[in-house]
Ligand binder design. Structure first.
Ligand SMILES: *[C@@H]1O[C@H](CO)[C@@H](O)[C@H](O)[C@H]1NC(C)=O
Ligand SMILES: *[C@@H]1O[C@H](CO)[C@@H](O)[C@H](O)[C@H]1NC(C)=O
Length: 418
């Protein structure tokens, strides 16, 4: 009884989210189970040039559940294009939730992991880089400079990029990317069920001209005082300030023994900076009592702005498509969902990525360890020349000591956590 009374809101919250999940409309869902190929069309794009890459149906080299497969790019230097159709719908008056998981097993240094939503009629066999799309969403990595989540919206014949920077995940593990667009023209971007960015379609994309602009006619009033500090009128120059010389003759200096007044002229001591000298006097500064702040032109309604209440609407969504160029392959997509209910997508992420992530991480660390062991086996053996303490041996010795130290630190950290 007591505990129930203490958590009535939690119970009702759970009930609410269960109801939401139950009433969700799911426009498309792909978990890549057996038979997935029936729903997907591989494009012929780049086939003529032998540059069309093959998808591998797999759970990858490391995973949290070997039976939970997705599709992974499997050839380097290839284009990939594949799409699936769903019953056409409009997101008018509905929340649009677009979500998928992606894992870059190849340690992606330059390439995308994004998915597109397409509208209208698309020849899926010809789907490629030039095919118009409505939304493009997901991580994009290139070198050190580009590590971001793309969120591109097609509006009025142009593709508009999000203006805010949303950093993406860069490791080799599965992450879930979620894009939510609401009928009030707000949006949210989530990674692993955590909101990373949110705002308005009006302000975070240049879809429409801005609602308000600075009045181009406005001028700073003549009497606008924008000096934050002024000289203190009360402050007076101290008596005798200007009488203190900048330099004085060095009191320590002595006329050299061998100085010959007749030959060398009259001796004068060299000058040194005067420690008493206070510099040019200037009155101290005080806050200006008449300071009005920096002048800004007032904002007025932009005559070029005409509102579009359907700014968030994509009236003919009909396909989901993956179109990528990959230098290094190994990007694995899974659990794509398009729904009108964020709770549904959240639950799907929890049931897949959420349940598997710890096991996947452990499997990845194991794979890393194995690979490191393999690599050290491949290095020239240090068995024969035992007496020969060459640099290489010292290096690897130092390295293993470093590893030992790191392992010890990790152990210590674990204990701290407990
Ligand atoms: C598919 O992925 C699995 C797991 O990583 C791998 O063992 C296999 O070689 C891959 N197949 C192709 C054709 O790349
Ligand atoms: C669409 O773009 C054209 C060309 O840039 C522009 O003239 C027009 O005002 C735009 N329409 C809307 C609704 O933004």
């Amino acid at each position: 009884m007591a505990s129930r009374a203490r958590h009535p809101s939690l119970a009702s919250l759970i009930l609410l989210s269960l109801l939401a999940v139950a009433s969700a409309k799911v426009f498309f869902e792909e978990k890549f189970e057996d038979g997935w190929e029936k729903h997907w069309v591989k494009s012929d794009w780049k086939k003529d040039e032998n540059l069309a890459g093959e998808w591998n149906y797999t759970s990858g080299k490391w995973n949290g559940d070997a039976n939970d497969k997705g599709i992974q790019t499997s050839e380097d230097y290839r284009f990939y294009a594949i799409s699936a159709e769903f019953p056409e719908f409009s997101n008018k008056d509905k929340t649009l939730v677009f979500q998928f998981s992606v894992k870059h097993e190849q340690k992606l240094d330059c390439g995308g992991g994004y998915i597109k939503l397409l509208s209208g009629d698309v020849d899926q066999k010809k789907f490629g880089g030039d095919t118009p799309y409505s939304i493009m969403f997901g991580p994009d990595i290139c070198g050190y400079s580009t590590k971001k989540v793309h969120a591109i919206l097609h509006y009025n014949e142009t593709n508009k990029l999000i203006k805010k920077d949303v950093p993406c995940e860069t490791d080799q593990l599965t992450h879930v990317y979620t894009f939510i667009i609401r009928p009030d023209a707000t949006y949210s971007i989530l990674i692993d069920n955590v909101e990373k960015q949110t705002g308005s379609l009006y302000s975070d994309w240049d879809l429409l001209p801005p609602k308000k602009i600075k009045d181009p006619e406005a001028k700073k009033p003549e009497d606008w005082d924008d000096k934050e500090f002024i000289p203190d009128p009360e402050d007076k120059k101290p008596e005798g300030h200007d009488d203190i010389p900048k330099e004085i003759s060095d009191p320590e200096a002595k006329k050299p023994e061998d100085w010959d007044d007749e030959e060398d002229g009259e001796w004068t001591a060299p000058t040194i900076p005067n420690p008493e000298y206070k510099g040019e006097w200037s009155p101290k500064k005080i806050k200006n009592p008449n300071y009005k702040g920096k002048w800004k032109a007032p904002l007025i309604d932009n005559p070029k702005f005409t509102d579009d209440p359907d700014l968030y609407v994509f009236p003919n969504l009909k396909y989901v498509g993956i179109e990528l160029w990959q230098v290094k392959s190994g990007t694995l997509f899974d659990n794509i969902v398009i729904t009108d209910e964020p709770e549904y997508a959240k639950q799907l992420a929890e049931d897949t990525w959420g349940k598997q992530k710890d096991a996947e991480k452990a499997a990845f660390e194991e794979a890393e360890k194995l690979q490191q062991e393999e690599e050290s086996k491949d290095e020239p053996a240090d068995s024969d020349a035992e007496d020969d303490e060459d640099d290489a041996e010292e290096d690897s010795d130092a390295e293993s000591k470093l590893e030992e130290a790191e392992e010890a630190a990790e152990e210590a950290a674990k204990h701290d956590e407990l």
